[in-house]
Design a protein. Structure first.
Length: 222
């Protein structure tokens, strides 16, 4: 398990300034030394790690990096993927959990995903979508809880989604739950794309040319 110095070195080696500040935003940092735009990258990374250490949140950073830079983290620290078995159990009976749809999407597809979430909600289907529903939680625990407490998983399939480490991780958790009979797995194809072999067994709904028709087809399959 990497200590604070090793985490600091890893951040410097694998993240540019903008990426570091994006991580800090996802950790909801409230500290002048960390939040200041005037601090150079090395100072920023050190202040960020020290901030998390003081609050006992280094494990959250480790889990975040295990997903966000999976190959590099595994090579550096000999740590495997975060699987369904690694996630803490979620209490049963959460509101709307029997119908909630977890929408997985790349950042580049956020506008489409938000529109889809709104339209599903108008038709009586609760949705969970990041970053809207992260709330006050940290990023990885919030995603893990939502993935485990949702009844359906909806992947917005695009080339950007297939390049996203976060979408890849969400897909892996969803497939594990689907194979246990705990979650429905659905694909909304936003752009023409060759479907990867590991997704080929799932029925996908095209949204490329007719959004309304795609939405109606998806609703009929939920």
């Amino acid at each position: 398990m990497p200590d604070e110095i090793e985490l600091f070195d890893f951040l410097l080696s694998h993240y540019n300034d903008g990426e570091l500040r994006e991580i800090a935003a996802r950790f909801k940092i409230n500290d002048e030394d960390v939040a200041s735009r005037r601090v150079e990258r090395r100072q920023f990374a050190l202040a960020f790690v020290q901030y998390l250490q003081r609050r006992g949140q280094l494990d959250h950073l480790r889990n975040y990096l295990r997903i966000d830079r999976e190959e590099a983290y595994e090579k550096a620290f000999d740590a495997g993927k975060i699987t369904l078995a690694d996630l803490p159990p979620v209490p049963p009976g959460l509101p709307d959990s029997d119908r909630r749809i977890f929408i997985s999407h790349a950042t580049a597809d956020a506008d489409f995903a938000r529109k889809l979430a709104r339209d599903l909600e108008k038709r009586g289907w609760p949705t969970w979508i990041s970053p809207r529903d992260i709330g006050s939680e940290l990023w990885v625990p919030a995603l893990g809880r939502a993935l485990q407490s949702s009844r359906h998983f909806l992947l917005v399939l695009t080339p950007d989604a297939l390049r996203s480490a976060w979408v890849e991780w969400e897909i892996a958790i969803a497939i594990a739950r689907e194979r246990r009979g705990e979650m429905g797995f659905h694909v909304a194809a936003k752009a023409p794309i060759a479907v990867p072999a590991y997704l080929s067994s799932y029925q996908y709904t095209p949204f490329m040319t007719d959004y309304a028709a795609g939405l109606n087809t998806l609703l009929s399959r939920l």
